[in-house]
Design a protein around this ligand. Structure first.
Ligand code: RB5
Length: 145
């Protein structure tokens, strides 16, 4: 699978570790994040990742910032994005099985790296349940007036 990953300064360390982990599992990874811990603005990295997911350049995305909220809020401005914030493996599972999140967002300052990699594993492996969840995600996009 081709996975895009983005981060701000709070997510640099986890990003590099996750890239190594994902490549080790045979995935191709495209890095849309900053590679330094110099203070920066999450939106500068979230928008390019969102566009890459929307246009099919990558299959899915992973986004990391301090709380995860800056990334999630920015990513979800894009109509083709369902970015889900997760903080444990149960939520990471549900954000795929119920919400079909095409971007997993994680809060680097509030979860261990061990938890982050477990969440990525869970989210990638989980299957969308469809059914009532299909109906629900179909209602997410803003309708044209
Ligand atoms: C950076 O200090 C922090 O604001 C950012 O990583 C994120 O938590 C914003 O939502």
């Amino acid at each position: 699978m081709k996975i895009g990953i983005c981060n701000d300064h709070a997510g640099v360390e986890y990003k590099f570790k996750l890239i190594k982990y994902l490549k080790g599992k045979g995935h191709e990874v495209v890095n849309f994040g900053t590679d330094t811990t110099d203070s920066c603005d999450y939106a500068d990295f979230a928008h390019p990742l969102a566009l890459a997911v929307e246009n099919g350049e990558v299959d899915k995305g992973i986004a990391i910032c301090g709380t995860g909220n800056g990334m999630a809020i920015t990513l979800n401005k894009h109509q083709g994005i369902r970015a889900g914030l997760a903080w444990n493996t149960a939520v990471a599972h549900l954000v795929k099985s119920h919400n079909l999140a095409n971007v997993l967002v994680m809060p680097a300052r509030f979860v261990s790296y061990r938890m982050a990699v477990s969440m990525v594993r869970e989210w990638l492996a989980a299957e969308f349940e469809g059914g009532r969840h299909e109906r629900r995600i179909a209602k997410i996009p803003v309708k044209e007036k």
